[in-house]
Design a protein around this ligand. Structure first.
Ligand SMILES: Cc1cc2nc3c(=O)[nH]c(=O)nc-3n(C[C@H](O)[C@H](O)[C@H](O)COP(=O)(O)OP(=O)(O)OC[C@H]3O[C@@H](n4cnc5c(N)ncnc54)[C@H](O)[C@@H]3O)c2cc1C
Length: 357
């Protein structure tokens, strides 16, 4: 039996679930989210959770991140508590050369309205006393914050389901065809059809693209994270390599590795990460580590988001990007505009897949 929908979203991570929720605020019927496993199975379940603006360059990309951070201020009022806190972000550095680079970054970001300040050591330690006195200074921005990734995806799903969105779990999409203006989506357990199709399957989006004959150049970049035992409040800010959660755990991690789809953690990277964490925040040398995990960043070939329609295939939309937590409220808003009105309130031409043609 074939089931018909207005819009099908393939992939229910933070991007697919965020689109489903935002779309369901406008389109009240006929939305299906289909996932091969479950919505936190992919990258969204193995991530840090920074809402990070300050170092996103070039400035148009920083601007998108800033707009999204602004939307976070309202999101909890609509979907409930997501443990979003605008902590402010600090990126410490250790040399005068790094300070010069930071000053140039602050200057270019200010042209896009992204407010950040380069602080000396004493100013930084006054804001964040847990940092090592060996730092030279830091970049500070009030725009940065953190969110609980698990809670955000769960709250998106809960709110989307309340608005009538249907979720199909453990049902991999294995074929897609476009016939007479409709997409026929064949999954392992059932066939579905829709007028509008969104591909938001993280690092697997390129595989789905192949089914429709399009090249979606995204590849996996592994990152490994350490989680400490819950500690008494130690960090006031989100640091460029770590954050403290509401229950006191500290997540530490910044590495970028080419390891294909291998999601295992490795001793050498975990050791390097632990040493780096203790170099920045000396108290962490005494902390106990309770868990490590690795995730696969969804990395477009040029590292910038692929968002929008697909030239030549009407009603097909793609959302595949890194920094999906920072950008999810904005991506959900933009895709909703595009799907329901055919245009967006801010320009997203630079995100179009046509740039790879
Ligand atoms: C270590 C690490 C740290 C990170 N830190 C941050 C951070 O601090 N801030 C930030 O903004 N971003 C961060 N990111 C990036 C962020 O986590 C990702 O951009 C985001 O999770 C991507 O979400 P997604 O929904 O696109 O993909 P996913 O969460 O991977 O969701 C894709 C879904 O598609 C499903 N799927 C795949 N193929 C099929 C198919 N054939 N049929 C049906 N379903 C399918 C999968 O099961 C999966 O659930 C980090 C990433 C990593 C790895």
């Amino acid at each position: 039996m074939r089931r018909d929908y207005e819009t099908i979203i393939v992939g229910g991570g933070v991007i697919g679930s965020g689109i489903a929720y935002h779309l369901s605020e406008v389109q009240t019927e006929g939305i299906l989210v289909i996932d091969k496993e479950f919505p936190l199975n992919g990258t969204s379940g193995s991530t840090q959770g920074w809402v990070w603006v300050q170092s996103k360059t070039p400035s148009w990309y920083g601007e998108l991140s800033m707009f999204s951070a602004e939307l976070y201020e309202y999101l909890p009022r609509k979907i409930g508590d997501i443990e979003y806190t605008r902590t402010g972000g600090i990126d410490p550095f250790f040399t005068a050369e790094e300070r010069d680079r930071a000053l140039r970054l602050a200057e270019s970001q200010s042209q896009a309205g992204i407010e950040m300040h380069v602080l000396d050591r004493d100013e930084t330690l006054a804001l964040e006393p847990a940092l090592s006195p060996k730092i030279f200074g830091s970049i500070h921005s009030n725009l940065d914050g953190t969110v609980n990734p698990m809670r955000l995806v769960e709250q998106y799903m809960r709110a989307a389901k309340k608005n009538g969105v249907i979720y199909e779990y453990a049902n991999p999409v294995i074929n897609i065809e476009k016939k007479q203006g409709e997409f026929i989506v064949t999954a392992k357990a059932g066939t579905f059809s829709c007028k509008k199709l969104v591909l938001s399957a993280g690092v697997w989006t390129c595989e789905l693209g192949k089914l429709l004959g399009i090249n979606i150049p995204v590849y996996p970049v592994r990152g490994q994270i350490i989680i400490t035992e819950p500690l008494a409040p130690l960090l006031k800010h989100t640091l460029s390599s770590m954050r403290q959660t509401c229950n006191g755990e500290i997540l530490i991690g910044y590495t970028k590795e080419t390891a294909g789809f291998d999601r295992r953690t490795t001793l050498d990277v975990i050791e390097e990460t632990a040493n780096f964490g203790a170099k920045i925040v000396p108290a962490l040398a005494e902390a106990k580590m309770v868990r490590t995990f690795a995730g696969l960043r969804v990395m477009p070939q040029d590292e910038f988001p692929i968002i929008g329609g697909v030239p030549g295939i009407e009603n097909l939309f793609i959302a595949a990007l890194h920094s999906g937590f920072t950008l999810s409220p904005l991506v959900g808003t933009i895709l909703t505009e595009l799907i329901t009105e055919g245009e967006t309130s801010i320009p997203i031409d630079r995100c179009n897949i046509a740039r790879f043609a």
